[in-house]
Design a protein around this ligand. Sequence first.
Ligand SMILES: *Cc1c(COP(=O)(O)O)cnc(C)c1O
Length: 434
Amino acid sequence: MKNFSHPDWQELVAADSATLWHPYASATQAPDVFPVVSAKGVRLTLADGRELVDGMASWWCAIHGYNHPVMNRALGEQLEQMSHVMFGGLTHPPAVKLARILTDITPASLNRVFFSDSGSVAVEVALKMALQYWYSVGRPDKQKLVALRNGYHGDTFGAMAVCDPVTGMHHLFGDVLPRHHFAPAPPCPFDEPCSDSDIKAMADLLADRHHEIAAVIVEPVVQGAGGMRFYSPEYLVKLRALCDAFDVLLIFDEIATGFGRTGKLFALEHAGIVPDILCLGKALTGGYMTLAATLCNSRIAEGISEGEAGAFMHGPTFMGNPLACSAAIASTELLLSQPWQRSVQRINAALETGLAPARDLPAVAEVRTLGAIGVIELKQPVDMKVVQPLFVERGVWVRPFGKLVYVMPPFIMNDEDLAALTAAMVDVVASLGG
Ligand SMILES: *Cc1c(COP(=O)(O)O)cnc(C)c1O
């Protein structure tokens, strides 16, 4: 990394590789990491003063960009009140107000909110809700889940067990991981209908096994970390009907898609159907704090509460953290106070135009966009050690994984920065050859 000679840089990177573990990384073959010292708007400032246009929004989260004055003020004001109190036996205005907002902006039947600290835990909570519901209503035999291949729902054990078995490396965790059922990833593309044959494997699975199945869990419309695939909302309409027919609960994991990313506030709006349980996270706080929410309907809430345990058996220490709730209130109000649909459409147009030249490149299998998501799928996986510095040298932050070079920029990114971002993606992919 020849240019990266700033003293702070070298010191940070050396100390990092001596002590830290990064996401999905080796401890002994430390990955190349780039020290960031500040972030503002859509730019990350590196330790040597260089600025990168951020295409990742810190993994779907920073929809308003970084260091936003409205967000900063909201957190500062909450800090003056209290940063945290336990949620057992206590409540507070930020949690109550945020729960109101979330039940207002999601479908009406989702009227009960459970807060947790991260997306994976929100998924754990959703799975526990489904299992405890069936136990409570006298159907303890319904304890299996159905998930989609190419799905991603988080890294904790329960969540991992419903991730794609191959990319989720289920073999590493052997018998500790519960064994659930998997249906093929929906083959019908986003802007096409979904035929009965497209959902036949799922329908057969539910017909055969519904007596033991508690719930189906899917990421609606966009399968994120499991392949950045977009599929037909009609699949979800058919899936809802199947779940109703076989008395199976439906869980939507909107941790990546929530808060406008796909062009609708929630991806479920593309299909016009409502799940029994909904998981939110990531952009919930605009990337300021870690917070997630699991919403459910009265059937689940009452079934659990009137069952043997008389209570839902989960309670995180940092549940309903006031700082995180305040960030989520500020972020959601900020989003809804502006014509965010227009921003997402504008970004989509810029991604379409900017990424189009990649379609002709020999290394490219497919280019696709949806809302403020742009994906170049390659024929071969990229070598991160080679590719990551190429993006940094071009002044952008893009973090590919596997065959996917993709972006989900902050909604505030202007056309000039979007053009620079997409040009860098096309350039780097072109440099990979065939
Ligand atoms: C990121 C993600 C999760 C896990 O969230 P964490 O906050 O990383 O635990 C779960 N589901 C989906 C769809 C995600 O994109």
